[in-house]
Design a protein around this ligand. Structure first.
Ligand SMILES: NC(=O)c1ccc[n+]([C@@H]2O[C@H](COP(=O)([O-])OP(=O)(O)OC[C@H]3O[C@@H](n4cnc5c(N)ncnc54)[C@H](O)[C@@H]3O)[C@@H](O)[C@H]2O)c1
Length: 366
């Protein structure tokens, strides 16, 4: 293959901060075109990054540019349309997280990927975080025995994104759960080797975003109108898996917790426990034994790991996407995995709406 011809759909924040700058670092890639529903944004974006062509309609771009690969960087509700169209036009797709605004959209994207034989990768850059990779390898080594319980947390003290992309349900499809809860669920599923989910009990809250006092305070330099805030700012899920494993997932954009933010996965096995942040292993149940070898053979917490390689996870996802395009198979976060993560997110919303536990839908089994 000559240079991989890349197109960008959605020329906003994440496309300009992490997609194009990383494509431009790769010698075997040309970013040849970009598209945005607001043509002036696409024009300014093209000018800023020296992209030869810009479009106000992504279908136009797909029809004219013979692209090998496309980054879909639109709001969640607009992940499906451009991803499906790009795959039908012959391009492989890296779609921003979450995979889509709903399980229904994800199914169409997943089916299109199968039918067109195009790669669809969900852009969970967290897959490249050294602490997550380490935890996955610890679990795979059997060091913790059989894992029966997990706690997946992604909480912020004060981090409500004020942009309509995140809080206008017509663009986002959901709130904190789709925005950052998706990382908690994806990380847990990845580390645990994608166990089969069975049932989910979920609850959501909106105690901050719709409150005039907090909307007036604003976040990250911007205020919003409480009536424009149409999504949850906290979600909790209790997920049961085949084989007895269970998991609590907690996510929030705002909560009176004792730190600016928590992104952690805590695992309990019958031979040991471990967590992601800070990376620690716990072995030995008796206090004396715990004190002696509290942190197990890998000695993780005894000496906090300050020698983790400094990995640019945003560069890694772009480089790995391009490598996937070249070898013709997904190297990380495939649509097969994305649809399972989305089925759990979807079940949390469904359970919260119905006020009872629900079965997880498994379209990948049909
Ligand atoms: N991986 C990460 O760290 C990360 C960080 C932020 C956002 N995101 C994800 O990236 C996506 C976009 O977020 P953002 O912060 O860049 O939003 P943004 O609002 O800054 O940019 C979105 C762009 O998409 C355009 N757009 C909307 N509908 C379109 C359509 N149908 N066709 C073409 N263009 C369209 C908008 O005009 C806008 O320019 C979201 O799904 C979000 O969850 C990921």
């Amino acid at each position: 293959m000559d240079k991989v011809r890349v197109g960008i759909i959605g020329c906003g924040g994440i496309a300009s901060s992490t997609h194009v700058p990383n494509y431009l670092k790769l010698q075997d890639v040309s970013v040849v075109a970009c598209a945005d529903i607001e043509a002036s944004r696409a024009r300014d974006f093209a000018k800023r990054f020296n992209i030869p062509a810009y479009y106000g309609d992504y279908q136009d771009m797909l029809d004219k540019e013979s692209l090998d690969a496309v980054s879909v960087c639109t709001p969640n509700v607009a992940h499906k349309g451009p991803s499906v169209a790009a795959m039908k036009a012959g391009a492989h797709v890296l779609v921003e997280k979450p995979m889509a605004a709903s399980l229904k959209d994800s199914v169409e994207m997943w089916e299109t990927s199968k039918k067109t034989n195009r790669i669809l990768i969900v852009g969970f850059q967290t897959r490249f975080s050294p602490s997550i990779v380490l935890l996955k390898s610890i679990v795979a080594s059997g060091e913790l025995g059989s894992i029966y319980y997990a706690r997946a947390l992604h909480l912020r003290r004060w981090g409500i994104p004020p942009s309509p992309t995140f809080i206008d349900v017509k663009l986002s499809g959901g709130g904190a759960l789709l925005d950052i809860g998706c990382y908690a669920v994806d990380t847990a599923m990845y580390v645990l080797g994608f166990p089969e989910p069975k049932t989910v009990a979920g609850v959501t809250y909106a105690r901050f975003g719709r409150n005039k006092k907090y909307a007036e305070m604003g976040c990250w330099g911007s205020k919003w109108r409480p009536e424009d805030f149409q999504v949850e700012d906290m979600a909790i899920g209790f997920i049961k898996f085949e084989g007895g494993l269970s998991m609590i997932m907690e996510t929030s954009w705002a909560s009176y917790i004792n730190s600016p933010g928590v992104f952690n996965l805590v695992l309990l096995g019958d031979e040991g426990g471990a967590q992601m942040d800070p990376p620690e292993i716990y072995k030995g149940l008796e206090l004396e034994e715990f004190n002696k070898r509290a942190y197990g053979p890998l000695n993780l917490a005894a000496k906090p790991i300050d020698h983790f390689p400094n990995v640019d996870i945003y560069y890694m996802r772009i480089a790995n996407f391009i490598e996937s395009v070249k070898i013709g198979k997904p190297l990380f976060s495939s649509a097969d995995e994305g649809i399972i993560v989305q089925s759990i997110l979807d079940a949390i919303y469904k359970s919260a709406n119905l006020g009872r536990e629900v079965e997880v839908e498994k379209p990948w089994r049909n």
